[in-house]
Design a protein around this ligand. Structure first.
Ligand SMILES: Nc1ncnc2c1ncn2[C@@H]1O[C@H](COP(=O)(O)OP(=O)(O)OP(=O)(O)O)[C@@H](O)[C@H]1O
Length: 279
């Protein structure tokens, strides 16, 4: 594993132009992700989570700050250079329900080969690599000709894992991979994340729900009104949240704490709410 971070975001500002004026959606955001590390970015709706992800993926242009991906300063990249970087497969993006990210009209083989062809590999090399990956995720080659609709939930999950990993990305960004899902799908999505994590790829996942990231993340970054107000190991954020907003998040996710702490939680929640409200 390299000692260099796979992602270093420093002092990032993003503004959106709106009819009603400019919106300062991300304010001096700083976040570092080490190789193989799993970082959860949490915050309520509109706090700037997707904006941070979009900036890291080159989909919105920051007005200030610096973004370094796997040692390359991408801050001033043109659209063409971003496309070339995405083609290298260093960065992968999984949007919402990871198990539905497979195109229903593509066979398993086509789904897995596509990112490799985009990387510029030959058909032959891509096909060989897909077979090697199938072994890694314990999927049988006979599944290659099937459509996603012809797979079990568990098989779909493993195909989605293989598709995310097949280009050997250094960093995968996942937008709300678990929180929007029903209970059964959520269990599978969590397994999906665990498998990605076990493969040693750095993960950044975005969630509005601290409960769904706490058990998976090495560190948690808390976004509040466009600012990262706290970044700490997940256990520290839960046991001793420093920012009033984080205290509110922790106390609104009672499953994170013991039942005995519930009453104290309610009191902490009331206090955290008071701290956040203008005097
Ligand atoms: N393209 C855009 N143009 C103008 N404003 C935008 C645009 N995209 C997002 N915003 C605004 O920027 C702020 C941050 O939005 P963002 O999508 O990053 O939040 P989020 O934390 O991901 O929210 P959610 O959990 O609801 O997806 C919000 O106030 C949103 O309305």
């Amino acid at each position: 594993m390299s000692a260099d971070p796979v992602l270093a975001v420093t002092g990032l500002d993003v503004h959106y132009r709106r009819r009603t004026g400019r919106l300062h959606a991300l304010k001096q955001a700083t976040l570092t992700v080490a190789a193989g590390e799993t970082v959860g970015v949490i915050g309520e709706t509109g706090s700037g989570k997707s904006t941070l992800a979009r900036a890291v993926l080159g989909l919105v242009r920051p007005s200030a700050g610096r973004i370094v991906v796997a040692g390359t300063d991408v801050t001033g990249f043109s659209a063409r250079r971003w496309r070339a970087l995405r083609r290298q497969g260093v960065l992968q993006y999984v949007f919402q329900d990871p198990l539905r990210s497979l195109d229903p009209d593509l066979t398993v083989e086509e789904s897995l080969i596509e990112p490799l062809l985009i990387q510029g590999r030959s058909r032959r090399e891509s096909a060989d690599r897909v077979r090697a990956y199938l072994e890694r995720v314990h999927l049988d080659e006979t599944l290659l000709s099937r459509l996603p609709g012809e797979l079990s939930g568990g098989q779909r999950q493993r195909v989605a894992v293989a598709r995310a990993l097949v280009t050997d990305p250094r960093l995968i960004i996942l937008d709300e991979p678990v929180s929007a899902l029903d209970a059964a799908t959520r269990v599978r999505a969590l397994e999906f994340l665990k498998e990605l994590r076990a493969a040693g790829t750095a993960l950044v996942f975005i969630s509005h729900d601290l409960g769904s990231v706490a058990g998976l993340a090495d560190r948690v970054a808390v976004l509040y009104q466009g600012e990262i107000v706290e970044t700490a190991p997940a256990t520290d954020v839960i046991r001793s949240p420093r920012h009033a907003y984080t205290r509110l998040l922790v106390s609104s996710a009672p499953t994170l704490r013991s039942a005995a702490a519930n009453r104290a939680d309610r009191a902490a929640r009331r206090q955290a709410l008071r701290d956040l409200l203008p005097a």
